[in-house]
Design a binder for this molecule. Structure first.
Ligand SMILES: O=C(O)C1=C[C@@H](OP(=O)(O)O)[C@@H](O)[C@H](O)C1
Ligand SMILES: C=C(OP(=O)(O)O)C(=O)O
Length: 468
């Protein structure tokens, strides 16, 4: 611990010794080779859409009701944050929530530090949402979130007139002083990031005039869809420079009824498990097929996956389908770089599937994985190597040499590094590897997929807590 820095934070009165949020005791878990997976996997609501429903509900005037909200810790932390900014947020039933919003520009100043736990989406979107209101807030998170870069969000927020004071390197804990007289901004997002884009758009809500965001590679568009749904004037055009999104500031947002579709990033785990566990045949209903999110599914089909996209329809303003998935013989492929944004959270589980494929899978353009809950390229590479899989890695590339019919040896314990997706990926690997695969800590799974263990067991997966 840097004592000098700790003291100076205390002197300026911002960073008193705040307890860092955590996930309690580690939960070691083990997965073993399983018989065919069968049944229906009803995965929880979309995490990205759940955060946005709470934040936009808090910025609307009147009562927004949400059904199918993901009740994972990341989203619960956002709910708590919205209360701290003055919204009334109530759970009315399973996945059913009510938000009485305070209106654009109506945020109150929080009386306590905002703890966003493990959630990059939560902290970055909330910073954006408050940055153009005359309030000051201090944000913190767990040991993983406090290592992640926040400058990518606070840089554009300062253009609106906000100020940010954090640890060196733009790390949490960080205090954001909202602009008294915000100005609108034109901003080309330098990294492919829906969180940065969304933070700028949410800040633009309380700036007069038009805020324009340009993204070279289109990232998930839930913020744009939902802003329109809440009555904001927003246009999105694909031009030579990329996707140009124009938002007219200071709208009165109208409260909505939001039905959150199921999360394609969570669905990825049972889907990929069914593909690699011999004889499996499962149904995963109502999974969002938003084109800015479905890159994994396109990739799996290219690898030879037997997935039927049944009953395509629209739910909660998003295209959804029921996925019927059967165990498949897969081949390694090159995943095109331009697909990365539409499957950014799915590379860890794709690298597991790739380990069982015949031939090599090359994933390029993936360096954003290094600044997620963990350095996901390193976490997957080390864990897969320990399980007997050949890996090559560069700053922006991950290559997996599939074991094909030989199968994956397994027989190792992977470090999950406070990263839910790493934890779930290695448990899925264990279901099809020759020897059991352990993880040192399954607790982070509760951030995005609290029912993961029971859902997978319900399909027939041999997953358990602690060594047996
Ligand atoms: O906007 C969002 O809801 C998210 C955007 C992505 O992050 P980046 O914006 O950092 O790529 C993704 O990894 C994260 O899980 C959710
Ligand atoms: C990267 C993720 O989330 P966040 O950035 O919100 O922590 C994720 O869920 O994989």
């Amino acid at each position: 611990m840097d004592r000098r820095r700790g003291l100076s934070y205390q002197r300026i009165g911002i960073f008193r010794e705040q307890p860092m949020s955590g996930h309690g005791e580690p939960i070691p878990m083990t997965a073993r080779k399983s018989g065919p997976l069968r049944g229906v996997a009803e995965v929880p609501g979309d995490k990205s859409i759940s955060h946005r429903a709470l934040i936009l509900g808090a910025l609307a005037v009147g009562e927004t009701t949400v059904t199918g909200l993901l009740e994972g810790q990341d989203v619960l932390d956002t709910a708590e944050a919205m209360r701290a900014f003055g919204a009334e947020v109530t759970r009315t039933g399973e996945g059913a929530w009510s938000v009485h919003g305070v209106g654009v520009g109506g945020f109150a100043e929080p009386k306590q530090v905002i703890d966003c736990g493990n959630s990059g989406t939560g902290v970055r979107l909330i910073m954006g949402a408050m940055a153009t209101s005359p309030v000051t807030a201090t944000f913190t998170g767990d040991a993983s979130l406090n290592k992640r870069p926040m400058g990518r969000v606070t840089d554009p927020l300062t253009l609106f007139g906000a100020h940010a004071y954090g640890r060196r390197g733009g790390r949490l804990p960080m205090t954001v002083v909202g602009a008294d007289d915000p100005v609108p901004v034109r901003y080309a997002v330098p990294v492919p990031s829906a969180q940065v884009k969304s933070a700028v758009l949410l800040a633009g809500l309380n700036a007069p005039g038009q805020t324009i965001v340009i993204e070279k590679d289109a990232t998930r568009d839930h913020t744009e869809r939902m802003l329109r749904g809440f009555g904001a004037e927003l246009t999105s055009e694909d031009r030579a420079e990329g996707r140009v999104i124009t938002l007219t500031g200071q709208p009165e947002l109208r409260p909505q009824t939001v039905a959150v579709p199921r999360d394609p990033s969570s669905a990825a785990f049972p889907v990929c498990a069914a593909l690699i566990v011999e004889g499996s045949d499962i149904l995963v209903p109502g999974v969002s097929q938003n084109p800015t999110r479905n890159g994994l599914y396109t990739t799996l089909v290219e690898m030879g996956a037997d997935i039927a996209f049944e009953n395509p329809r629209e739910e909660g303003g998003e295209p959804v389908a029921d996925l019927r998935v059967r165990a498949s013989t897969l081949k390694g492929i090159e995943v095109p770089e331009e697909r990365a944004a539409s499957m950014i959270d799915e590379y860890p589980i794709l690298s597991v599937v790739a380990a069982f494929a015949d031939g090599t899978t090359v994933m390029r353009g993936v360096k954003e994985l290094r600044v997620k809950e963990s350095d996901r390229i390193d976490a997957m590479a080390r864990g897969l190597e320990a399980c007997g899989v050949g890996i090559e890695e560069e700053e922006d590339v991950l290559i997996v040499h599939g074991m094909g019919p030989k199968g994956v040896p397994g027989g190792a314990t992977a470090k999950t590094r406070i990263d839910h997706r790493i934890a779930m990926s290695f448990l899925i690997l264990g279901l099809a590897a020759r020897k059991p695969v352990g993880i040192d800590d399954g607790a982070p799974i509760a951030t995005s997929f609290p029912v993961f263990e029971n859902l997978m067991k319900g399909l027939g997966a041999d997953i358990g807590r602690a060594e047996r």
